[in-house]
Ligand binder design. Sequence first.
Ligand code: FNR
Length: 181
Amino acid sequence: MNVVTLVGSIRKESLNMKIAKFMQDRYKDKFDMQILNIDILPFYNQDDENNPPQVVKDFKREIANADAVIIVTPEYNWSIPGVLKNALDWASRVEKVLVNKPVFPLGASQGVLGTIRAQLHLRDILSSTGIQARILPPGGNEVLINLAGQKVDVETDMLTDQTTIEFLDSKIDTFIEFINS
Ligand code: FNR
């Protein structure tokens, strides 16, 4: 199984990126997980959507070819970061590569609310006309990693909180069942 991952933070020490890399390693026997570079995408411009730059074409092809998408994102000002919205905007036009694509949204923040507001926005965005993704249903499947600075080891960059790891394990299994259903 081939899964692509979008990470909503492009800073070097991103906790969300560390969690994505942790998942890439931990679930390597379940699926191949490729983390896409969304920071190389130019700002979405409708003038270019029919013949976008090569990096956009490549990005859209990776999504189109994937069995599923995982999105790991922080919350910025009660929503998703602009860099992630930009990537989703490119994906939503002309060749709509996210339509019916299984998507597992999750996120980590350093605060106590664990990206809940961003996740709610993200689910709305993923349901929009140009995207219409097949989102892992809510109601127990939301992975909201709060206080993430205390759950990722600064030496190893690994997620170390056992409760979080076990919850993530079970939700990954749920997502695989969802992809195959
Ligand atoms: C934040 N942060 C934040 N946290 C939160 O819980 N709700 C919010 O609305 C925001 N808003 C926000 C805006 C901006 C511009 C920044 C830089 C940060 C804090 C955020 O959760 C924290 O910095 C995370 O560690 C960012 O994720 P990465 O970069 O570690 O993956």
